[in-house]
Design a protein around this ligand. Structure first.
Ligand code: HEC
Length: 321
């Protein structure tokens, strides 16, 4: 069988075309399989440039490795220049090269009229369900029944905490051996409640303020565990991971953020994260995770309570209908 032999000039051209196609269409096609997203991940232009330069360098080394190699590569080029493939093809190609170069130079320098890139809408909400608008944070306004249940627990010295902080409180309790578990919170509202428990009469206001402190503590703990990495200790959007995102995590202390939206919207954003946003939230996708997958509704509300408190902001009040 006769071995098919192609010249080194042709194999260089074919290799370049194959590498280009792999990067341009192969990688995006594989990315769809790997990520299972409904769209391919494109290869950035600079990366494409690197790949092609590296391929060129490798091919150059291969061709110029030996005298014969170079000779072999240049043979068809020389033959073409001498008119070995015909005079007309030579004239056409020799004319096409400067024309192509001129057209490219023109394309690059000619001023273009283009619509400016759309600015990202800060609170994209076209798919915000109306039913969320009137949602209230149950931990900011506990019901009488919630407060009574808390007072009962406090009286029996059996206050329940979320499991995420229970272990730390138990450890503290073993070390300090307090009279009452609520001594864990060295804040005025809790001290007032403890004094009233001692005297036997507890009023609703004091109990409510103390319960708020407990909820804030739990919310802060959950924030530290889940949100701090991006939104930061000071809730200013400067956590250790923040610099990694094109669309920076929101700074809650900024007047244009959580203060301008109703609680129900904040809850919806935290619940659905970046994946739940409508298309006007592009061109930069939000890295905000979809918290309904890993936090219960109560946990999300407690975090939001702590988030507003740490930012020293209050949510916007929904308009009366
Ligand atoms: C992986 C990083 C990351 C983590 C972790 C994260 N966020 Fe975000 N968050 C973002 C980014 C990025 C944005 C900005 C998107 C935007 O413009 O709306 C954002 C936006 C928000 C917003 C929208 C604010 C507004 O004004 O519209 C809220 C509320 C929020 N995050 C709360 C939280 C809470 C609560 C947690 C923890 C449960 C959390 N985030 C964890 C990255 C993160």
């Amino acid at each position: 069988m006769k071995k098919l032999k192609i010249g080194s000039f042709l194999s260089v051209v074919i290799t370049l075309l194959i590498v280009y196609s792999l990067v341009k269409w192969g990688i995006p096609a594989v990315s769809r399989e790997v990520t299972t997203l409904p769209f391919p991940l494109p290869v950035p232009g600079t990366l494409m440039f690197f790949y092609m330069v590296l391929t060129l360098v490798a091919l150059f080394l291969m061709v110029t490795f030996s005298e014969e190699g170079l000779e072999d590569f240049l043979r068809p080029v020389k033959k073409f220049l001498r008119g070995g493939y015909g005079k007309i093809p030579r004239a056409v190609i020799m004319l096409a090269i400067p024309l192509l170069a001129g057209w490219q130079a023109y394309e690059i320098t000619v001023p273009k009229v283009e619509a400016p890139a759309a600015l990202r809408i800060q609170h994209p909400s076209s798919n915000f369900p109306k039913s969320f608008e009137a949602k209230k944070n149950p931990f900011a306004n506990p019901t009488d029944a919630d407060i009574d249940a808390f007072v009962e627990q406090a009286k029996a010295n059996e206050v329940e905490f979320i499991p995420q902080v229970q272990e730390d409180i138990d450890r503290w309790s073993e070390e300090v051996d307090p009279e009452h578990i609520l001594e864990f919170f060295p804040v005025a509202p809790m001290k007032a409640l403890l004094a009233q428990l001692e005297s036997g009469t507890v009023d609703e206001e004091t109990a409510k303020a103390a319960l708020l402190e407990k909820n804030l503590f739990e919310g802060r703990a959950l924030y530290a565990m889940n949100c701090r990495a991006c939104h930061g200790d000071s809730v200013a959007g400067d956590g250790p991971m923040a610099d990694g995102f094109k669309l920076r995590p929101i700074n809650f202390t900024d007047n244009g953020t959580v203060e301008t939206i109703v609680e129900g919207y904040t809850f919806w954003r935290v619940t659905n994260g970046g994946p739940g946003l409508p298309t006007e939230a592009t061109p930069w996708d939000s890295a905000m995770p979809e918290w309904k997958l890993s936090l219960t509704e109560a946990e999300r509300w407690k975090i939001i309570l702590a988030e507003y408190d740490m930012a020293q902001k209050t949510p916007r009040i929904p308009e009366a209908h």
